[in-house]
Write a protein that binds this ligand. Structure first.
Ligand code: FE2
Length: 318
């Protein structure tokens, strides 16, 4: 295996959202995803929640993770040169159910079609674009004990849409550095697929030459990064070395994120990608498999300050 065949599929998508309760209710009640972990941001000096949502076990490519930024007061700005839309897979034939469900939650959703796929477009409460896409034959197991009937439940990520001013540098990066194949074009959109291709492995780019660049720091209302699964720490080392050899030198050292190890790369157009290796125990490293997400897990950086962090973070009802 070479580094250029290492990128398998999405691992998780990470968002900077607004209010913690609003985000929690949106993902667990409206979208019916499982809260698989409640912890806090591992970086910095200010405690910020890190809320993970996914299927029953938080498997790779089912995960959305959120930093609720409202309490910190830090705002982000959506724009080009960042990931702009989160696209989730639901079973073929489910979109009518979802349109009704979203309407009951007071969320307006618009039907659309792109790359020949039926799409329901709406917005996360913080304004981030969300889409549900009808996908036939997605065999990923959803959250089986949630409020959405299993036959309609979210299967996991389908794709992301990255906004760029022009395609050229992103095409080079996807082709040469990120194991991507250009599989389709649709108007101002290009579709790349990584690994074996298909749902959970899609990266769309939309050309928006007149849009101002978005922000990169932790701030409310933006997608922070898109993470992709690689199979081992050795492969992750190879990916970092390979990218640096190509000249993509803005690649981070490995960061221990508790449940996985992360290496971040600033892609040439600006969106932040991550190559991620799950730890062998994954989310069961600090909670039993049947108790995932049940209790807040204090991150190592604040390990000896449990009382302080619990007293500082805004209350969350769950
Ligand atoms: Fe990440």
């Amino acid at each position: 295996m070479t580094a250029n065949t290492a990128i398998q599929r999405h691992h998780h998508l990470t968002l900077c959202v607004g209010d913690a309760q609003e985000d929690y209710d949106f993902h667990t009640q409206v979208l019916g995803m499982k809260s698989v972990k409640k912890t806090a941001l591992y970086d910095g000096t200010v405690p910020i929640y890190h809320l993970y949502y996914g299927n029953d076990m938080g498997d790779e490519s089912t995960l959305i993770t959120c930093f609720p930024m409202r309490q910190s007061g830090r705002m982000g700005r959506r724009g080009t040169n960042q990931t702009k839309a989160v696209c989730l897979s639901v079973p073929d034939g489910s979109l009518d159910h979802w349109q009704r469900r979203l309407a009951e939650a007071g969320i307006e959703a618009v039907e659309d079609e792109r790359f020949g796929e039926k799409v329901l477009r709406f917005a996360h409460p913080s304004g981030i674009e969300y889409e549900l896409v009808a996908v036939a034959g997605d065999e990923r197991t959803p959250h089986t004990a949630g409020p959405v009937p299993t036959e309609h439940a979210v299967r996991g990520t389908h794709g992301v849409t990255v906004s760029v001013r022009d395609f050229e540098s992103s095409m080079e990066f996807m082709q040469d550095g990120w194991n991507g194949s250009l599989t389709a074009e649709d108007g101002d959109y290009l579709r790349y697929e990584v690994g074996e291709g298909g749902t959970g492995r899609i990266v769309d780019f939309v050309r928006e030459p007149n849009l101002a660049p978005g922000t990169w720091t932790f701030g409310e209302g933006i997608v922070h990064h898109t993470a992709f699964q690689v199979e081992s720490l050795d492969v992750q080392d190879d990916v970092k070395a390979y990218l640096e050899g190509l000249g993509y030198t803005d690649v981070s050292d490995r960061k221990d994120r508790g449940y996985f190890d992360s290496v971040y790369v600033r892609t040439p157009a600006g969106a932040l990608f991550e190559a991620t290796v799950s730890k062998p125990d994954g989310f069961t490293i600090d909670e039993a498999a049947d108790a995932l997400g049940r209790e807040f897990q204090v991150p190592p950086v604040f390990a000896d300050q449990r009382e302080w962090i619990m007293g500082t973070l805004e209350p969350l009802r769950y």
